[in-house]
Design a protein around this ligand. Structure first.
Ligand code: MSP
Length: 484
């Protein structure tokens, strides 16, 4: 049985989840569910990055004196959003948990013993938004390209990690494992960064107020990124190494340069793969709290229904690239693809089975021409290559083929036996469609199963002619309401 351990970044608790965060988490959820469908041993981890200076700022702004209390409250909010969005994570890690602190301490001690940590002074730029050290080269018109703010000039005593001594090893690893960083454009970005001068990086900052105390110096706290990355191990419940880290391009260097080097230094295995996707934008700008254009996924759910959002996330944007989010686009896909295509197919099929066969699936065989319209190998390949938008489009092209099949066969004009074959073809195809969409829009899949009177299936059940004749169908509610 293959293993699949997938992670999302752990999100900052200075605010609630936007549809931008939901984007990564939903894609991770789709992939995790897809692997579960394949029968793989799947572990899906998400969580919260709580030891940031942003936490203090946000807590103070909201009048909290007790920062832990603030993060406890925020953590409930984030967990609730994931529940509302039908996220099937197996693990949830908070960096204020004892199990996390323990692993961070051990991890640091391993690197320290290896001789990779030394005391020094950092003089340079720091972006509070990134919680990261920047150089002049990183800026665009003097501003951090992601937060559109000028970074601070800081000068402080830190402990440093000898990142520079790992640059060659990471380059070698990337060369030997061409799929380590996906897509290729991101891999090239990392390689060219590594080929340039790579400086050592601070792994602690002075301060006593909040965060994890550095094991070798009580006056220092572990730099929040150093601590955050280790969540992938502290939250892994024994599943390390991860098969896949998902993240957006804003945090590429932390994940593709610093993290592998930390793992090499501390003597851990590297993750198998990192996929770096683009930004969900609004009018071309990244959606984010700091830019003031974030959209609440729960607002969208209330207005359009959850599966419309999940479907849109998978279908609209070629995975990896940036893509503009618009409610107009969401509405169009809901009305045209979910309601008109899928909703109609389900409704027509169930109504005809009721009308012509007393709500029982008739005996029959699936039409051989219709069978050929489903290209399962192609869908599996697209999922494997992270072309989720193509995979869902391919599934929906089969939905379209089924609708067309009804129009061509005109069951209302057919003889009973012929009509039996037509209706059986449709019901059995729907059973398969329901399995395939279950990773993307699981609630819709469940509703279809209920209507068809079948249990949830696995990918291995996507073979035709497996539906039992006589299965009792039920009409139930319509799947999607169109929105004007
Ligand atoms: N706490 C760090 C991550 C530590 S992981 C060891 C962090 N947190 S964050 O809250 O800012 O989340 C950033 C991540 O959220 C992005 O890399 C991406 O996965 C997701 N996204 C947030 N907004 C997004 C968009 N507008 N578009 C796409 N992804 C978005 O960085």
């Amino acid at each position: 049985m293959a293993k699949f351990y997938v992670t999302t970044p752990i999100y900052y608790v200075n605010d609630v989840a936007s549809i931008g965060h939901a984007y990564t988490t939903t894609i991770a959820d789709i992939l995790a569910r897809w692997h579960k469908l394949q029968g793989n041993k799947t572990f899906f981890l998400t969580g919260l990055d709580e030891n940031s200076q942003k936490t203090i700022k946000a807590a103070e702004e909201k009048g909290f004196k007790d920062f832990k209390k603030y993060t406890d409250e925020m953590s409930e909010k984030w967990k609730n959003v994931w529940k509302e969005l039908n996220i099937s994570n197996d693990g949830f890690i908070r960096t204020t948990e004892t199990r996390h602190r323990k692993v961070v301490k051990e991890f640091f001690e391993k690197m320290y013993k290896k001789g990779d940590i030394y005391k020094g002074k950092y003089e340079g730029l720091y972006c509070d938004g990134c919680e990261g050290y920047l150089t002049e080269k990183d800026l665009e018109n003097g501003l951090c390209p992601y937060h559109k703010k000028p970074p601070k000039q800081i000068s402080e005593e830190n402990y440093f990690f000898k990142l520079s001594s790992y640059k060659k090893k990471i380059l070698e690893h990337i060369e030997k494992n061409p799929d380590f960083i996906q897509p290729k454009t991101r891999k090239n970005e990392v390689t060219s960064f590594l080929k340039d001068e790579v400086k050592d990086v601070s792994v602690s900052r002075p301060g006593k107020e909040w965060g994890i105390t550095l094991p070798i110096d009580k006056e220092q706290k572990v730099w929040v990124w150093y601590d955050a990355l280790i969540n992938y191990i502290s939250g892994s419940e024994g599943n390390w190494p991860a098969e896949l880290h998902l993240l957006a391009k804003d945090i590429l260097r932390f994940h593709c340069v610093i993290w592998p080097a930390m793992l090499m230094s501390a003597g851990y295995k590297l993750p198998k793969q990192l996929f770096v996707h683009g930004f969900l934008t609004i009018n071309g700008q990244k959606m984010s709290k700091s830019l003031g254009n974030a959209i609440d996924p729960l607002y969208l759910k209330k207005k359009y229904g959850l599966d419309a959002i999940r479907y849109f996330i998978a279908r609209e944007i070629p995975f990896g690239q940036d893509g503009d989010f618009s409610e107009e686009g969401l509405k169009t896909r809901l009305n045209n693809e979910l309601a008109n295509e899928l909703g109609n197919l389900v409704n027509r099929t169930i109504v005809m089975v009721e009308k012509y066969n007393n709500g029982k699936v008739p005996k029959g065989r699936v039409d051989s021409i219709l069978q050929k319209k489903l290209n399962l190998d192609k869908i599996e390949k697209q999922m494997k290559e992270f072309e989720l938008h193509h995979a869902i489009a391919e599934i929906f092209s089969f939905v379209g083929a089924c609708n067309q099949f009804i129009n061509e066969k005109q069951p209302w004009k057919q003889e009973e036996k012929e009509r039996g074959n037509t209706l059986y073809s449709l019901a059995d195809s729907l059973r398969i469609i329901s399995i395939l969409i279950s990773a993307f829009i699981p609630a819709t899949s469940e509703k279809i199963n209920e209507k068809l009177g079948v249990k949830a299936g696995l990918l291995k059940d996507c073979k035709f002619n497996k539906l039992k004749a006589g299965t009792k169908t039920s009409k139930g509610e319509i799947l999607f309401k169109k929105i004007d």
